[in-house]
Structure formats: structure tokens, C-alpha cells
Design a protein around this ligand. Structure first.
Ligand code: UD1
Ligand code: UDP
Length: 373
């Protein structure tokens, strides 16, 4: 069997690493195609190194651009590789422009698409990710839903065939790396932090950072927090913070530490030891509940409602009063804190990568890994 794995951003590298590992354990060398949607060392290469992934077969160097430019250029470049390689299946993960480009280029060449993390829905069609998810799911032959809720979302849209609930590969990635992070990372010492005495923040979503009003409100929340804040800044957020004149305010606030985007081991260590996580990231909402750290999500909706239902995550948007009320409650009310921290991880047992690979191999052996006519 010759699978192609198509990825291009930080979260895709992290969440596909368990799938790549599982293929290698079955003596299958997947063709690795990196679109180059993310290209800075700390957004890409650091993860390839830390997660000890094999050599990338194709670096497509797509880079940044408008939604259509990025997706279109990625499609053209991916198509060339697929025509040349003719893999048995293209595997994509998540909801980025790379995913949409990979899924469309593949299915039109009659190469079946397997979508990892299928069925997530925020029901917010203004998000580029929501459009990417929906289209990628509908272009896919095999859909790996992380939870039953995700499977039900697919059913509601009429997708019933070849849907498998396997858990989320982020659990595999966290379990495979958190002990290594604990041993290897010196990030707490480097930043002068004590465990459970800081809030870890990330914010990079287009709807938060590309909107001056939203970003100003978000910064105002961070400036008002009564405890040390660590914020590893995504390049998109850094550009906007500087453009809107907000960077200096954060940089000079005595309780705020801004860093470059961090490698996975340092970031996992920071997550695990944080008192609270505040984020608009999808993957970090998942990691927070896996690691037992209360999460306040800086958004008005989430495609990870399981985390809210389980009690580990609360949506606070960029509403200062609401956000501060929950931060204070978490800092002062130990019972409330413990209730959130002990929410049960809804994303599975850490064996999603192995399940995905077993299912794909079985479908291929049975002759069922194909685009039906
Ligand atoms: C993308 C995904 C988003 C995901 C995020 C993970 C889409 C539509 N969005 O958003 O779902 O959460 O990746 O981090 O695919 N930039 C750099 N260096 C880099 C990469 C980006 O400077 O290595 C800057 C560029 O100015 C670029 C901007 O960040 O224009 C946005 O990058 P892009 O990949 O388009 O979107 P993300 O915001 O990273
Ligand atoms: N991450 C990291 N370093 C950072 C910020 C995030 O290693 O400085 C990891 C994080 O642990 C998670 C993933 O990147 O696994 C999330 O990526 P991101 O927030 O960029 O994307 P999203 O999950 O929102 O698509």
C-alpha cells in the first residue's frame, strides 16, 4: 500500500505524527507532502525535528497569500505530485487550506481521500476553517471522526459510509510526547516561571486577530489579568498586534511574557504546568482537557463542544467581564477549579493513529479503498 500524507501547518504536523508512526510500525513508508503553508522554522521544521519524522518527500513551498491564492497554488502543486506518484490514498487532517487543496486535488484524480478529524462543525460559516471542513468531508471516501458527536454531524449532512469513530490523534501526540517534554524542556526555568502560577495564552484565529476591535478587547483582557501571563505569539497575531499599535502595550506590561511560537516539547510543558489556559486554538482546547488544565476559550463558538459538555472548557469570547469573572473564580474557588480540572477527556485513549492505519490497510486489502463510480 502507498499512502500519501498531505500537510502544511503546525497542528497538522503534530496531529499526523501518530499516523506516520503507525504506518512505519507496519513497515509502510508514506509519501510525505508538505505544502509549506507554514514555513518559519518555529512553525514547521521544529516539529519535524522534535517529533522525529522521516524526510519530507515533497516540499511544495506554497507560502502565504489570500484564501484563494493559497488554496489554488497548493492544489496545482499537490496535483502534480499526485499525478506522478499515484498513491492509493491521500490522507489529510483538520480544516486548513492545505486540507481543502489536498482533498480536492486528490478526489478529482480519483485518488480516495481519508480525512482525519472529520465531522467537526462550529456552525459558523464566516470561518475559513468551517468551509474547509465541510468541503473536505464531502470530498472524502473515508472519514475518521474523533467522537460520536462528530459522526452525528456527518450523518446530519448525509455522510454515512466509511465513517469511523477512532478518537483524536492529539491524544496520541500528547501521550507520546508529554513525558519527553517533562524531562527535556527547561522552559519554566528559562522564563522564570513556577508551576501553576501563570496563565498560558494563545490567540491567532483570523476572526480575533484580523479585527482591530476584537484584538483590542482581547489585549485589554490580558492586560487586566491578576497573574503572570505567558503568550507565545503566532506570526499572524504578531503582525496584527504591531499593525494596530497593541504590541508595545503587551510587551511593556510587567506581568506579561511574550515569546516566539514555541516547539512542541516546550509548549506541552507550559500547558501541563499552567494554572489556566486561555486560547482560541482548536488543538489547545483539546490538549487542555487531556492534560487536566481548565480552559477558557476566547471565542463565541467551538467545533469542540465535547470539551464544554465534559466541563473542562468555557466560552468567554473577548468579553472582559465574563473572562475575568471566570479567571477569578478559578483562582479563588478551589472546588470550582478542581471540577474543571478533572473533566473527562472526550477524545479517546491515544490509539487513534493505530486504528486509522489498521482501517486503511483493511479497506485497501479488501479492494474498498477507492472512489466509487
Ligand atoms: C492556519 C489555518 C488555521 C490554523 C492555523 C494553525 C487556514 C485557513 N487556517 O491559520 O485553521 O489554526 O493555520 O496555526 O488554513 N505566517 C508567517 N510564517 C509562517 C506562517 C504564517 O509569518 O510560517 C504569517 C503570514 O503573514 C501569513 C499569516 O501568518 O499570511 C497567516 O498564515 P496562514 O497559514 O495563512 O494562516 P494561519 O493564521 O496560520
Ligand atoms: N503549539 C506549539 N507551540 C506554540 C503554540 C501551539 O507547539 O507556541 C501546538 C499546540 O500544542 C497544539 C498545536 O500547536 O498541538 C495547535 O496549533 P494552532 O493553535 O496553531 O492551530 P489550531 O489547533 O487552532 O488549528
Amino acid at each position: 500500500m502507498r499512502p500519501a500524507i498531505i500537510f502544511g501547518t503546525r497542528p497538522e504536523i503534530i496531529k499526523l505524527s501518530p499516523v506516520i508512526r503507525a504506518f512505519l510500525e507496519r513497515d509502510i513508508q508514506p509519501i510525505l507532502i508538505h505544502t509549506g503553508q507554514h514555513y518559519d522554522y518555529e512553525m514547521s521544521q521544529v516539529f519535524l525535528e522534535e517529533l522525529e519524522l522521516p524526510e519530507i518527500d515533497y516540499h511544495l513551498e506554497v507560502g502565504s497569500g489570500t484564501q484563494a491564492e493559497q488554496t489554488g497554488i497548493a492544489m496545482i502543486k499537490i496535483e502534480k505530485v499526485l499525478m506522478n506518484e499515484q498513491p492509493d490514498v491521500s490522507i489529510v487532517q483538520g480544516d486548513t487550506n492545505t486540507v481543502l487543496a489536498g482533498a480536492l486535488a486528490s478526489v478529482k484524480l480519483l485518488i480516495p481521500v481519508a480525512h482525519v478529524e472529520a465531522g467537526l462543525r462550529s456552525h459558523d460559516r464566516t470561518m475559513p476553517e468551517e468551509i474547509n471542513r465541510i468541503l473536505a468531508d464531502h470530498a472524502s471516501e473515508v472519514l475518521f471522526a474523533p467522537t460520536l458527536e462528530a459522526k452525528e454531524n456527518l450523518e446530519r449532512e448525509g455522510i454515512r459510509r466509511n465513517v469511523y469513530v477512532v478518537g483524536n490523534t492529539i491524544v496520541d501526540a500528547v501521550l507520546q510526547n508529554s513525558e519527553i517534554a517533562e524531562k527535556k524542556s527547561r522552559i519554566l526555568e528559562e522564563l522564570g516561571l513556577s508551576p501553576k502560577e501563570y496563565i498560558l495564552v494563545t490567540a491567532h484565529r483570523k476572526e480575533n486577530v484580523d479585527n482591530k476591535d476584537r484584538l483590542t478587547k482581547l489585549v485589554d483582557i490580558l492586560l487586566s489579568l491578576p497573574i503572570t501571563v505567558v503568550y507565545p505569539v503566532h506570526p499572524r497575531a504578531e503582525e496584527r498586534l504591531k499593525e494596530y499599535g497593541l504590541w508595545h502595550k503587551l510587551k511593556t506590561a510587567p506581568h506579561i511574557i511574550l515569546t516566539k511560537p514555541l516547539g512542541y516539547l516546550d509548549f506541552l510543558k507550559l500547558e501541563k504546568n499552567a494554572r489556566i489556559i486561555m486560547t482560541d486554538s482548536g488543538g489547545i482546547q483539546e490538549e487542555a482537557i487531556i492534560l487536566g488544565v481548565p480552559c477558557l476559550t476566547l471565542r463565541y463558538n467551538t467545533e469542540r463542544p465535547e470539551t464544554i459538555k465534559a466541563g473542562g472548557n468555557i466560552l468567554v469570547g473577548v468579553e472582559k467581564d465574563l473572562a475575568l469573572r471566570y479567571v477569578m473564580k478559578l483562582l479563588e474557588d478551589e472546588k470550582f477549579y478542581q471540577r474543571m480540572a478533572s473533566a473527562k477527556n472526550p477524545f479517546g485513549d491515544g490509539r487513534a493513529g493505530e486504528r486509522i492505519v489498521n482501517i486503511l490497510i483493511t479497506l485497501w486489502e479488501e479492494g474498498n479503498l477507492r472512489v466509487p463510480s
